[in-house]
Design a protein around this ligand. Structure first.
Ligand SMILES: [Zn+2]
Length: 257
């Protein structure tokens, strides 16, 4: 009885650890994950947007960012980029960065193996490189999933995994007030903040919440003395693969992966 209890408690702890490893934004269980930026730079945070591009979210957010002079990073879904390449072009033309957020953003991607993830990452890299001329080197796992096969694929593709330290919880129906409440009072220097400019067919999120919240979020953080950096100013790995490199450099980078 006692032994059964201990076994049950142990397996619960193991399951808990694995669950944390897979889902928690900060988990480093399966491999290195960038969660926060450099907090030593005085009071700077970085805005990131996931799941786009989408005509109901991305243009309004780009307008607000341009108005406030803030540069952000957009973690783009490959299938969405194929539908709206003009929006991807606009993101890059206006000085923002695009990262890779998988091709399909499959809700059950957690169960897939290395080959699936490599394909998801490679297809999205190709689509974004064709549209923008830059091949992404940052990957943000869909739904924050982290598991062994995904990290194998990321390593083979030579990407860095970028998570976040603060989120708007706007992946579900919400209001601009709630989005502001999750971010403005809580953000700290070095935070990587995540909102959504896109929507997947399987979700019921309200895209206008983030686009209506973005000006008050920028102004509110500014009033707290925080400034904005583009994500590549807060973290070490460059956002894009250097296209022009000598074979020696390419080989040494390959060896370092
Ligand atoms: Zn996503």
């Amino acid at each position: 009885m006692l032994i059964e209890g201990v076994a049950a408690a142990t397996s619960a702890a193991v399951l808990g650890t694995v669950g944390y490893g897979i889902l928690a934004p900060r988990s480093q269980f399966w491999g290195p994950v960038i969660v926060r930026g450099d907090a030593s730079a005085p009071g700077r945070v970085a805005l990131t947007f996931d799941d786009g591009p989408h005509p109901e979210g991305t243009p309004a957010i780009l307008d607000a960012l341009a108005e406030r002079g803030v540069k952000a990073a957009f973690f783009v879904v490959g299938a969405q980029a194929v539908k709206w390449p003009g929006l991807v072009r606009r993101i890059v033309d206006e000085g923002h960065i695009v990262g890779n957020h998988s091709f399909d953003h499959h809700n059950f991607g957690i169960f897939w193996l290395t080959r699936y993830w490599e394909d998801q990452i490679a297809r999205t890299d190709r689509v974004l490189a064709d549209i923008t001329g830059h091949r992404p080197a940052w990957f943000r796992p869909p739904m924050g999933f982290k598991q062994y096969h995904l990290f194998q694929a990321v390593r083979r593709r030579g990407h860095s995994v970028i998570s976040f330290s603060r989120r708007a919880y706007d992946g579900v129906p919400t209001t601009p007030e709630r989005v502001i409440g999750h971010i403005v009072p809580r953000a700290r220097a070095g935070d990587i903040i995540t909102l959504h400019d896109g929507m997947l067919t399987s979700t019921t999120r309200t895209l206008h919440a983030a686009s209506l919240a973005i000006r008050p979020v920028i102004d509110g953080l500014g009033a707290r003395g925080l400034a904005f950096a583009r994500l590549d100013e807060l973290i070490a790995p460059p956002p894009y693969v250097e296209e022009l490199k000598t074979p020696e450099v390419a080989r040494s980078q390959q060896g370092a992966l």
